[in-house]
Design a protein around this ligand. Sequence first.
Ligand code: FAD
Length: 447
Amino acid sequence: MLYSTFGLMNAPSFPIRLVKRGAADSSLAARLRKEIEGEVMFDAASRGRYSTDASIYQVEPLGVVVPRTEEAARIALAIALEAGVPVLPRGAGTSQCGQTVGEALVIDHSKYLNQILEVDAQGSTAAVQPGVVLDALNAVLRPHQLWFPVDVSTSAQATIGGMAGNNSCGSRSIAYGNMVHNVLAIEAVTAAGERWRFGPMGETTGSPAYQDFVKRLKALYDREKDEIEARFPKLLRKVAGYNLDHLGPPHANAAHLLVGSEGTLAYSERLHLKLSPIPPARTLGVCHFRKFYTAMDMTRHIVPLGPSAVELVDRTMIGLARDIPAFRKTVDAVIKGDPDAILLVEFSGEDAAVQLSRLKQLTQLMGDLGLRGNVVEITDAAQQKAVWEVRKAGLNIIMSMKGDGKPVSFTPDTRVREARHARHLVCARLGRHAARPAGARHAARRR
Ligand SMILES: Cc1cc2nc3c(=O)[nH]c(=O)nc-3n(C[C@H](O)[C@H](O)[C@H](O)COP(=O)(O)OP(=O)(O)OC[C@H]3O[C@@H](n4cnc5c(N)ncnc54)[C@H](O)[C@@H]3O)c2cc1C
């Protein structure tokens, strides 16, 4: 499976969609100011600020609420409901497909609703508010030798609420899955203003209204399960649409319906997460390819070795990274010659000797496939970290491109089967517009 974040050159120099609105609704603003504890911003400058996210879209919101408390967020939702105004929850706004821009009342919980409420190191679980930033959570978990393993590139900004909203996937989803595989339960406020703890559908706790809702979900799943089985892609990293396939076994979890729903079903107030042990041993193979196509094609042979990450980096990104002083030393140390693309293949686990032997298997595999000598083996932890830092900065590196032709990131969620990787990316070269893809991609496994 493949996840690609690639930019295309010659982006338009204007936003794709620009919505102009009249004066903001002053009665709504006045009521919010009066009734909620938090910041209420309906002025043009604030609405301008919140009209963008990391996508190419631009839409002015009706207004913005930054609640100081969970209660304030709840009241804001109720007021919006009464006024018939749509609500748009927002974390860090790093979505790339316009998820956090819209003509709605934006509720930004990143400033105040960012507490880690509980860490159960023994049980490997945590409960957090939606505005907790991933890196901040992992800093608290590290002394327990635990981490939340959905390691998105935007880990320094992305919030757990937003990651759940998008069903985010990290570089290591091949080993740990996406958000939907790592969220145990979500306490959320529904559009009708009810507070429910969405969780495993076998649980008999919760209000009668929630139990009735679960009963209806089960009936829906039973009615549609053959259709779901027949039509849902058998891909791990699928994030398009509601996770209806998680309403039945082996998951059967109502919270999984909220994951990936992009804030359209309910407002997540508290998220209960599954944590994983930090693997003490890691090795990294940097596989070099003279042709981009070969790199894409090789992923299907590498995935069966059981790596914890397989990431493709292309010539454009390698070249641009080399031009950035902070990355030059790392690039020069691990890139040999002039490859068209590289694959970063990581192995991780308990035992260092096992990870080393898996790295040797990778080198052997490449040799057997006629690519002898194409793997640079990295066992040093600091050097591995440096390589991953370059990969993590991928989009920023691509954005550093000089000249009139500028990249634009617009298809962050393309998924294709391994067998079609190579053809898919070649088709994506969009020759008619003389545009070409650039950047990095992830390989994952089937579900
Ligand atoms: C350079 C770059 C690299 C990226 N790399 C990755 C990557 O490696 N993997 C990946 O999966 N994604 C990646 N992304 C996309 C994005 O960063 C992630 O999806 C991130 O997890 C979003 O977090 P956020 O806090 O910015 O969410 P936001 O963008 O603020 O929100 C995301 C969605 O969740 C909803 N939402 C937010 N809070 C709540 C709530 N409390 N209740 C209900 N709904 C809510 C929002 O309405 C929105 O629909 C990348 C983006 C960029 C710009």
